[in-house]
Design a protein around this ligand. Sequence first.
Ligand SMILES: Nc1ncnc2c1ncn2[C@@H]1O[C@H](COP(=O)(O)OP(=O)(O)OP(=O)(O)O)[C@@H](O)[C@H]1O
Length: 342
Amino acid sequence: MNATQTLDGPSLVTLEERARRRTGAFGEDALIVCDSLVRIYQSEGVEVQALQGLDLLVEDGELVAIVGASGSGKSTLLSVLSGLDVPTAGRVRVGPWDLMSMTAKQRVAYRRSMVGFVWQQTARNIVPYLTATENVEFPLALAGVRRKVRAQRAAQLLDVLGVGYCAQRRPSQMSGGEQQRVAIAVALANSPRVLFADEPTGELDTATSHDVLEGLRTVNRELGTTVVVVTHDSGVSEHVQRTIAIRDGRTSSEVVRRTHTADDGTEHVVAEEFAVLDRAGRVQLPREYREALDLVGKVRLALESSHVSVWPDRPAGPTGGPAAGPGAGAGTTHGTDGQEER
Ligand SMILES: Nc1ncnc2c1ncn2[C@@H]1O[C@H](COP(=O)(O)OP(=O)(O)OP(=O)(O)O)[C@@H](O)[C@H]1O
């Protein structure tokens, strides 16, 4: 037998090629690819798994929101995507940039040319003693753009974001929402392909938050910038095409909004929620489902012709349950990984 052949299956070379093809295919056409991302922090001898095999794909030109409870891993993900942090394992790519293997110099170039940022604290986004125009022109000046072009671009960006009237004002002369819209203009000064916004409405009231989220939507629609906004703000899903929920360091569900045209020609926005099946076949069951059926510990899975059902591991009630035995879930090896039982 050839050293690379297995006993009765394909050769190791074939298996390796197949595995490579599978890896290569995941997110090949996406602009942002997170593939089985793991980030483990060591804190005083204790390990914290902030990202636990997170998969995420964002297409070029999308506007997506990432939501999740405190501690679910949102900021960690954004730190990785913004090039500030390196994951412990997995694969992460934004456009042509492989974020796992960038040098320090490439990291600086990536942050200057590929991505823009808006943070929750306005003081981190804009300089207090500069006017809105000067703030937008600042990164352009650093990039060596001519004065006249700088002035034009600053005026256009402030107009697109609906804050042209603030051009000569300093941050202290603007409301929180106006400051955040100027911050978006600053982040877009050098025409990044992706804009990351971390809790951009965290310090704003509902009405002002609405203006800022609409600002992000305008930027996405008018300028074609891909926008990823991370937020606690549950109202965000009305403003974006796709809302991705993160739980325990993994993507758990997605809400996708589509415009549906009825027979009479009227248009309605339809929001549909999906659970996310990750590349390892894991799916997180929503808490309300687990609580309603008291699903704890082991569950039974049954393969139906068009779906898979999940049953509590208890004697079947009056409505019946899956028959025990091969292929019916009980005693089989496929199943969830137990993460949702925490
Ligand atoms: N530098 C660090 N050292 C140790 N643990 C950390 C560090 N940063 C984050 N963590 C832990 O990693 C987990 C995820 O944190 P992360 O800040 O990414 O969550 P989050 O969803 O952004 O939360 P929030 O909405 O409160 O900002 C948490 O358990 C957190 O305590």
